[in-house]
Design a protein around this ligand. Structure first.
Ligand code: NAP
Length: 280
């Protein structure tokens, strides 16, 4: 089985991004800029934000870290987003999710300018994606496609199954596979006999958010399996798939950690660069 390393693919793409960021800085007299807004003190979210800021530094982007207290009023968060929209040094921005309970993520995401939407989560950018002409692509699904391409996994004409239909992973994943000419099926918690469907697939992308949920019995021999899930259990990190069962069975699969995870921030950098170039 080929172990598809997102760590390797991410390093290759980040090198290219750093090169293009240097060119951008030379031409425009400023580096591409990403602003990250975080509300509250959720420790996991702070780790994610720290990693995003570090990734910006590594490829030569400017980053702007906005930490607001947990009890910040929604109007204040939205005001901060509007200030960033007006800031000429900011090309892309994101609001770290989840938000404290008193804030509506729907209203807050709606305040982000689609022209600075680095996570590709605004309704306009989702609409463009589903119309088949994306401005930017949701980071995790875009990272999955990059991994498949890097490892020369044929996508066109293949039967691809996506497990999960969330707005952040499952649905855009299905659309990106469709745009690559796969024949796509989406399964979810209400699907009957899911195993019969995943067992017939050439490519399965698993984003169910359930630790070690699927194993060799759920897949076709020599299929390609991408595990988006990530869970911190008492004995370490694991995905939605029982990776070890696949070794003598699958054609290729992504591990956890070191699979899809490192690609998500890489695609965030890619989107920021793309938005910077589009701003002209
Ligand atoms: P989510 O919003 O919880 O969605 C999970 C999806 O899986 C839902 O559509 C749900 O169906 C479906 N599902 C749940 N149980 C199922 C079952 N028994 N059979 C079939 N489908 C089932 O999760 P998410 O945000 O998409 O994230 C999924 C996983 O990816 C999580 O582990 C998350 O931590 C991870 N993730 C990783 C990255 C990364 O960078 N590696 C990024 C994002 C997410 P219903 O719609 O019917 O409820």
């Amino acid at each position: 089985m080929i172990v598809m390393s997102g760590t390797k693919v991410a390093a290759k793409i980040r090198k290219q991004i750093a090169h293009e960021a240097a060119e951008f800085s030379n031409r425009r007299g400023r580096a591409p800029g990403l602003a990250v807004v975080i509300v509250g003190d959720d420790p996991a979210s702070h780790v994610y934000v720290k990693n995003k800021i570090k990734a910006c530094d590594e490829v030569g982007f400017r980053s702007f870290h906005h930490h607001l207290p947990t009890d910040t009023a929604e109007t204040k968060v939205i005001e901060r987003i509007h200030n960033l929209t007006d800031d000429p040094n900011v090309d892309g921005m994101l609001v770290q999710l989840p938000l404290p309970k008193h804030l509506s993520s729907e209203r807050i995401l709606a305040a982000i300018s689609p022209l600075k939407d680095a996570d590709a989560l605004t309704i306009e950018n989702q609409g463009l994606l589903f119309a088949g002409r994306p401005r930017v692509k949701p980071c995790t699904p875009a990272g999955v496609i990059e991994i498949l391409k890097h490892y020369d996994v044929p996508i066109a004409g293949q039967n691809a199954v996506v497990v999960g239909r969330s707005a952040i992973v499952g649905r855009p994943m299905a659309q990106l596979l469709l745009m690559e000419d796969a024949t796509v099926t989406v399964v979810h918690s209400k699907t009957r006999d899911m195993r019969a469907i995943t067992q017939s697939a050439d490519i399965v992308v698993v984003a169910a958010g359930k630790p070690r949920f699927l194993g060799a019995d759920d897949f076709k021999k020599d299929s390609v399996i991408v595990d988006v899930g990530i869970h911190r259990l008492f004995d370490g990190l694991c995905g939605d798939v029982r990776f070890e069962e696949l070794r003598a069975f699958a054609r290729a699969a992504t591990p956890v950690p070191g699979g899809v995870g490192p690609m998500t921030i890489t695609m965030l950098l890619q989107n920021t660069l793309q938005l910077a170039k589009l701003r002209g």
